[in-house]
Ligand binder design. Structure first.
Ligand code: ATP
Length: 228
């Protein structure tokens, strides 16, 4: 399991530390505020109070041995930049950082941050997308050109087999998995549904109303497919 450091335990840093821990990762959580450190100390692997602009203090807690450091400091942009530069100088391979303004993001990218996150903006885009196109359940941007999306079967395709749907031919999009809701009877005799994943769909597999498709392809093709 990869080792992580989370520096700055505001709402974003706290959420990152909690989720990584729940996924079984080793997490070194750092904040200069004693209360913030206390809040995470009962679930993370190590929680330390220190000023992360202090290189010696970072060295002392072994930050150089983590695989990924997440810098989650927004208000004090100067501290955020200084900490990232220190981590890079100390040889931390992967640094992910939160940015609060476009300029902050640009500077972080220029000093070698592998992934810059704008939590509020990113979440706003995600929510707006899901409201604008309600049948899109999940979207992962692989690059500016390609994405993976999870969507319910469009009406005009329901009832057809994968090959008949022409999803690949018409849109250049690959169906990488299909999730079906299969009717079942519970132990107490009630009708219910269970989810069944088909992770290697075949051309003759039939797509039915209510199925969920996981699609990989160019954004242009995915957008056309969404519109039907
Ligand atoms: P969020 O929006 O995620 O709640 P925020 O923007 O309100 O965060 P920030 O200013 O980004 O708050 O600070 C996040 C945390 O980083 C705070 O808990 C703060 O104590 C901590 N922090 C700020 N500077 C340092 C530093 N030099 N060393 C360690 N921790 C720091």
């Amino acid at each position: 399991m990869r080792k992580f450091a989370v520096i700055g335990l505001g709402r974003f840093g706290y959420g990152v530390a909690k989720t990584l821990t729940e996924k079984g990762c080793e997490v070194l959580a750092i904040d200069s505020d004693e209360e913030k450190v206390k809040d995470v100390s009962n679930f993370v692997t190590h929680a330390v109070q220190l000023d992360a602009t202090d290189e010696d203090a970072l060295h002392h807690v072994g930050i150089q041995y983590v695989d990924v450091a997440v810098v989650s400091i927004g208000e004090n942009i100067e501290a955020s930049i200084l900490i990232v530069m220190t981590l890079k100088e100390m040889g931390v391979k992967e640094v992910v950082a939160k940015a609060v303004t476009p300029i902050h993001g640009k500077v972080l990218r220029n000093i070698g941050v592998s992934k810059v996150v704008f939590p509020e903006r990113d979440m706003a885009i995600k929510i707006a997308n899901s409201l604008a196109v309600p049948n899109i359940l999940e979207q992962i941007e692989l690059s500016s050109e390609y994405s993976i999306i999870e969507t319910t079967v469009p009406e005009n395709i329901a009832g057809r087999t994968l090959i008949e749907s022409g999803i690949r031919d018409r849109f250049g999009v690959n169906v990488i998995a299909v999730k079906k809701r299969v009717p079942t009877i519970t132990e107490s005799g009630e009708p219910d549904f269970v989810e069944e994943w088909n992770v290697s769909p075949m051309p003759e597999d039939r797509l039915e109303e209510g199925d969920v498709l996981v699609l990989l392809g160019p954004n242009e093709g995915l957008n056309k497919l969404k519109k039907g």
